[in-house]
Design a protein around this ligand. Sequence first.
Ligand SMILES: Cc1cc2nc3c(=O)[nH]c(=O)nc-3n(C[C@H](O)[C@H](O)[C@H](O)COP(=O)(O)OP(=O)(O)OC[C@H]3O[C@@H](n4cnc5c(N)ncnc54)[C@H](O)[C@@H]3O)c2cc1C
Length: 332
Amino acid sequence: MKTFELVNPTTLEQALEALPAGRDAKRDSVKLIAGGQDLLGEMKEHLIEPDQLVNLKRIPGLDAIELDGGGALNIGALVTIAQLEEHAGVREKFKALHEAAASVGSVQIRNVGTVGGNLCQRPRCWYYRHEQAVCIKKGGSECFSYAGMSKYNAILGGGPSYIVHPSDLAPALVALGAEVTIRGKRGERVMPLEQFFTLPSEGSVLRENVLQSDEILTRVHVPALAGAGWRSTYIKFKERGSFDFALASVAVGLASSAGVVSAARLVLGGVAPIPWRVPAAEGKLVGRKSEAAAWKEAAETALRRAEPLSDNEYKVALTKNLIERALAQLGA
Ligand SMILES: Cc1cc2nc3c(=O)[nH]c(=O)nc-3n(C[C@H](O)[C@H](O)[C@H](O)COP(=O)(O)OP(=O)(O)OC[C@H]3O[C@@H](n4cnc5c(N)ncnc54)[C@H](O)[C@@H]3O)c2cc1C
């Protein structure tokens, strides 16, 4: 690994001061580090070789998680995935988030990995992670998975890169209507998490989200949906029994009144470069009883635009099954 300087700010202002300005200017020469689980892997594989790391862990206040008086959940960027998983309020009121947190990697990964780092982690595509493969995500001209090995790649929203977003927390948080707070040198912006992620065909193919090089994700806010009669669940399918990323996953939030679905949010993971929300499928649920015919229609609609690559057609049927299973769980 290349030698680097470690900067240890104790305030957000000091951390921001250490970051270079501009969208991509010197972006990889200075990197933020939280738990370091993803970043250090990238450095050891020589995917990035920063000169300086800005350590967020000494900044007080970013590691707090709290339910406010109105039942909304505020999660600091440095809250660990284990803290999230073990929080009684999350377990009770934001079931999809609890289940997503519990599904991440192993106990060790959840103990060290932070919520901010999990949302900002880089893709797991094996071409991207291979030191010698200069794919389109690393400044090359093509996505090798398109004509190459595509078993784990995208079936929705792909092109010109076919990565899938690796985070389990992201689909669950989008299904729960979460917002993120981003601090920069010029102030703070708050946006729905759904708008935080960008497709390879939008913005820069080199990035997965809207963060500028001089910005820090500081907080995730989850509105008090539970109080408004919402139920939610997260189902993940992985290849191995032990820790693994999702081949496909489904996060669903449903509100019902008198047996009829009044609102729905359906988000897919592991199948697209971003957490893939499917409003057309949500429309197949709203205004109807939660029953098998509606679940099937929603699943068919959600995958209607799927464009599998040569090795990942299996994800279409798999994802449809997961959607029906998740809806059946909530319906029961
Ligand atoms: C073996 C293994 C298995 C895994 N399995 C899963 C899994 O099943 N599901 C899953 O969801 N994840 C999985 N992960 C990913 C893991 O959850 C993430 O690597 C971890 O959560 C990242 O958090 P961190 O605090 O260590 O981030 P870091 O490694 O410190 O940072 C990751 C990236 O985010 C940036 N960053 C960190 N914090 C901020 C912030 N506040 N603002 C802006 N940018 C920031 C960093 O600059 C870096 O680019 C796995 C990882 C490993 C190594």
